[in-house]
Design a binder for this molecule. Structure first.
Ligand SMILES: Nc1ncnc2c1ncn2[C@@H]1O[C@H](COP(=O)(O)OP(=O)(O)OP(=O)(O)O)[C@@H](O)[C@H]1O
Ligand SMILES: [Mg+2]
Length: 284
């Protein structure tokens, strides 16, 4: 497994009176090459979990393997730089991370930090900005002049420019309008499908998770309460009730059609495919 949490706990303000255990003995394997969603109620530990992936936080107890790196509670880490090159983390509200005077310089910062010459870093930055569909006319403006969606994409470009193997996005679509959110979704799907990146997404948007994420991890009070194929989770009414989650609209629609006697294949999970399958069954 490229990512393996072993009995990992994380305690904020350890040894203080207001210590708080945000992750509680997490055992979790995340597969390479797929899109995995991390979901769960507010405060369940999602950000705390993903911030361990590039050693921004270090375990209080237990350990974590990421690619060839082994991170053990209480041990000094000597490989932070290569780990952070291999695992790119786009924070919740990543737009606040932008700090350089121009868009292109901001995106080139990471690759330069990882040892590329300025010329090569700018080349990588330009390629990453192209991938996130930021027009060349914006390369030399201040990041502050961009829209919310554009800023978010520039922050993601900053990670892509470092060419990581694993890309972690903490609530990448939160607060964006539908079009802005759609652009981000298309982007991480293509990073996965075309560039074979392992993608981990923290999200509150179950519709998006259902439509695009292969596997889902549900956290509750710092513990993993579900990990498995996304479809299985959202098809399981009992689990949805247990986790206090809404059924995605397409699942309700599909179930209603099946109840009405339509025959739908296992793969009929988008409006397009459902429409195609029922078209032949509707009497004229
Ligand atoms: N810097 C901190 N100091 C103390 N406690 C913290 C800190 N950051 C988070 N916590 C607490 O740890 C728990 C987990 O927080 P975390 O941010 O990981 O949750 P989350 O699932 O990402 O929530 P959200 O959906 O609101 O982003 C929460 O109870 C939170 O209050
Ligand atoms: Mg969070």
């Amino acid at each position: 497994m490229p990512i393996r949490f072993k009995a990992l706990s994380y305690i904020y303000n350890k040894d203080m009176p207001y210590a708080h255990k945000a992750l509680d003995s997490v055992d979790l394997d995340i597969r390479e090459g797929i899109i995995t969603a991390i979901i769960g109620e507010t405060g369940s530990g999602k950000s705390t979990l993903v911030e361990h992936l590039n050693a921004l936080l270090l375990p209080s107890e237990g350990s974590l393997e990421v690619l060839d790196y082994n991170i053990v509670a209480g041990q000094k880490q000597k490989f932070l730089k290569p780990l952070r090159k291999d695992v790119g983390l786009v924070f919740q509200f990543s737009e606040y991370q932008l700090f350089e005077e121009t868009v292109i310089k901001d995106v080139a910062f990471g690759p330069m930090n990882f040892g590329l010459s300025q010329q090569d870093a700018l080349k990588q930055a330009a390629a990453a900005l192209k991938l996130v569909k930021i027009d060349e006319s914006l390369f030399n403006v201040s990041p502050l002049e961009l829209s919310g969606g554009q800023k978010r994409r520039v922050a993601i470009a900053g990670i892509i420019a470092c060419d990581p193997r694993i890309i972690v996005l903490d609530e990448p679509t939160a607060g964006l309008d539908p079009k802005g959110a759609r652009e981000i979704i298309d982007l991480f799907v293509s990073l996965n499908r075309q560039l074979s990146k392992t993608i981990i997404i923290v999200s509150h948007d179950n519709e998006m998770v259902y439509n695009y994420c292969d596997e889902t991890v549900v956290l509750s009070h710092g513990k993993v309460v579900y990990h498995g194929p996304t479809m299985e989770l959202f098809d399981d009414k009992k689990k949805l009730k247990e986790f206090d989650m809404l059924e995605p609209q397409i699942v309700s629609f599909r179930n209603e059609l099946i109840e009405k006697g339509f025959k739908l294949s296992k793969d009929a999970r988008t409006l397009k495919v459902i429409a195609r399958e029922i078209a032949g069954q509707v009497k004229r």
